[in-house]
Design a protein. Structure first.
Length: 318
């Protein structure tokens, strides 16, 4: 089998909706990647001083958030994906900046960079709009130039006493509109499995609810057709249909990524590749942890936590 180039750092996630693709590392690294050859373009750098907790692609911009709890600092910034990433401030200088306001803590090479006054909880985008949530502050929508479009208070869900922090937002993502075929809206998911669909245009809440399967949510992915895949911390994976409110559950989580192809969910499960459709659940063991799935011309590819590529469903447990 052809061996693709290794990513030069431990990857966290990959954005493939843009050209070139953007690979994000666990320590704030960023590199650009050719989607055909999977070769790194130029040098990789660390413009963010710590792990990028959330990121999205918006009209040619990589928009990411980072937080340092010990220093009580958080930022959101955008970087043009056509430009080489720049080397940013070191962690030692970041610590010094707490006592020296002359030290520039902005993200290196950013188009814009803003201080956040609370922990970022999730981020997504649609065309030239970006939506993100901040802990105990609310939900915000800005354009690609960081101008505010709207803001709203936190969603008021019924508290689930069985799940700690059940109302805290876990994920903000783009998904199909419940009432308008072919259109999308913002979906906000909480740790307790509560959800709210919100209009991109003005932040109006369209509808809200909760899945029936109990558990702490740690990942949510939409197939853009009404099916949602929800990873729970106890290892359950829930498939929820937003139109008929039906649910199916299997073991195999938590998962880091999933794609819906040929009427099947292809899931990067816990040390296994999973295919799940109406007829079967097929599992293939995997030695390393999977970070991302990419639908490449050579087949469905897995990027593991060591930065290596391999075919989805390829047995490599030895």
């Amino acid at each position: 089998m052809y061996k693709f180039p290794t990513i030069p750092f431990p990857p966290l996630r990959i954005h493939t909706s843009c050209e070139p693709a953007i690979v994000v590392g666990v320590k704030g690294e960023i590199c650009r990647m050719n989607k055909k050859t999977l070769k790194i373009i130029g040098e990789h750098q660390t413009p963010f001083p710590s792990q990028i907790v959330g990121s999205t692609i918006c009209d040619g911009l990589f928009v990411g958030t980072w937080i340092q709890f010990e220093l009580e600092q958080a930022r959101m910034a955008s970087i043009n994906i056509d430009n080489e990433p720049s080397k940013g401030i070191s962690k030692s200088n970041l610590r010094k900046s707490k006592f020296d306001t002359q030290i520039d803590t902005s993200v290196a090479g950013s188009s814009w960079c803003h201080i956040l006054d609370s922990q970022p909880l999730g981020i997504t985008s649609n065309e030239n709009m970006i939506c993100f949530a901040l802990f105990k502050k609310g939900i915000y929508c800005i354009n690609k130039d960081s101008n505010e479009i709207w803001r709203k208070e936190e969603i008021n869900w019924v508290k689930d006493e069985m799940i700690e922090n059940s109302q805290i937002i876990e994920s903000v993502c783009n998904g199909p509109h419940p009432n308008k075929k072919g259109e999308s809206c913002v979906w906000v998911w909480s740790l307790g499995g509560y959800w709210a669909a919100i209009e991109w245009e003005d932040g109006t809440t369209i509808s809200k609810g909760v899945i029936k399967t109990k558990g702490q949510v740690d990942n949510v992915i939409s197939n853009e057709k009404g099916s949602w895949l929800i990873s729970l911390a106890d290892g359950n994976i829930v498939q929820w249909n937003m139109f008929d409110d039906s649910e199916q559950t299997i073991k195999g989580g938590p998962f880091n990524d999933a794609l819906f192809i040929r009427e099947s969910w292809h899931i990067a499960g816990w040390r296994e590749d999973i295919i799940w459709n109406n007829q079967r659940v097929e599992r293939t063991p995997r030695k390393e942890l999977s970070q991302s799935i990419f639908n490449h011309e050579r087949g469905l590819m897995i990027l593991d936590n060591g930065g290596e590529w391999s075919l989805f469903g390829q047995i490599n447990s030895s």
